[in-house]
Design a protein around this ligand. Structure first.
Ligand SMILES: NC(=O)c1ccc[n+]([C@@H]2O[C@H](COP(=O)([O-])OP(=O)(O)OC[C@H]3O[C@@H](n4cnc5c(N)ncnc54)[C@H](O)[C@@H]3O)[C@@H](O)[C@H]2O)c1
Length: 252
């Protein structure tokens, strides 16, 4: 018996990184997982991850409502409900002093993280039964200010605002809404960000960030996936409107 037997899941950004790790864990716990992500080799490869429990991979840009709706139609084929929604798709931020911060980059980051989460949740919500679980992947950057990355920091704080608003709206239906807030994760997304910010390469860039994390190390993706499982599964049925930090203490 898996913790998510019979559950139908939609996850955005599920073809890579945290989303892919979460998809693997959820499939191993018996869930049917529908991945929405940009088209490409990662999405193609993810098909084999979700196939065994009847899931799907869908080329969809979360900022494009028609594409999200089309993917939701696949996830709900045959009248199936969507028990768990994870708005996880994200992109990195331009890094610059605010005086020179590029408006197009600022708007794009807000659009993917905030408007993308809006579309993902609004499109799936009619199919979410009472008692469902919605998770938004925010960040430690949604809890504290981070120099040079105004777009990412603003977007990750805004996702918490969206979560709290939805948690208040949906409690009457027993639908729980939470954010998961990772600190620096040991993956490509974070390493390339750290290289841009520090001007160092690979492990040298990682070491500088390790020194900023109270527990002194990057977070393994498996830890974040286990946090997702807790928020999605049967052991958190009284948890809503929560900022679930998995950040090695970095959020203060
Ligand atoms: N890596 C970290 O240290 C870290 C820390 C805190 C929060 N996060 C957040 O975790 C989430 C996942 O990041 P990750 O580390 O797994 O990075 P990742 O790059 O491995 O995964 C992000 C996925 O989102 C997809 N994506 C991007 N734009 C999209 C769009 N418009 N429509 C659909 N899909 C889109 C990408 O194609 C990719 O597959 C992001 O929201 C990120 O901001 C990451």
């Amino acid at each position: 018996m898996g913790l998510l037997d019979g559950k139908n899941v939609v996850i955005t950004g599920g073809a890579s990184g945290i989303g892919l790790e979460t998809s693997k864990l959820f499939v191993s716990e018996g869930a049917t997982v529908h991945i929405l992500d940009l088209p490409g080799a990662n999405l193609d490869a993810a098909a084999s991850v979700v196939a065994s429990t009847g899931g799907s991979t869908n080329a969809a840009d979360v900022t494009n409502r028609e594409q999200v709706d089309a993917a939701v139609a696949v996830a709900t084929a045959g009248g199936r409900a969507i028990d768990i929604v994870i708005a996880n798709a994200g992109i990195s931020s331009p890094a610059s002093p605010f005086e020179d911060y590029p408006l197009d980059g600022f708007e794009r980051v807000l659009k993917v993280h905030v408007v993308g989460a809006f579309h993902t949740i609004q499109a799936t919500l009619p199919h979410v039964p009472n008692g469902g679980s919605i998770i938004i992947t925010s960040s430690v950057a949604g809890l504290v200010g981070t120099p040079q990355v105004a777009a990412y920091g603003t977007a990750k704080h805004a996702q918490i605002g969206l979560m709290r608003s939805l948690a208040a709206d949906l409690a009457v239906r027993g639908i729980r809404v939470n954010t998961i807030n990772p600190g620096p994760v040991a993956n490509e997304f974070q390493t390339s960000f750290e290289e841009r910010i520090t001007g160092q390469q690979g492990g040298d860039a990682n070491a500088i960030f390790d020194s900023m994390i109270p527990l002194g190390r990057h977070i393994p993706m498996t830890d974040i996936a286990q946090g997702m499982l807790y928020l999605a599964g049967p052991h958190s049925t009284n948890v809503t409107s929560t900022i679930f930090r998995i950040d090695g203490g970095m959020g203060g």
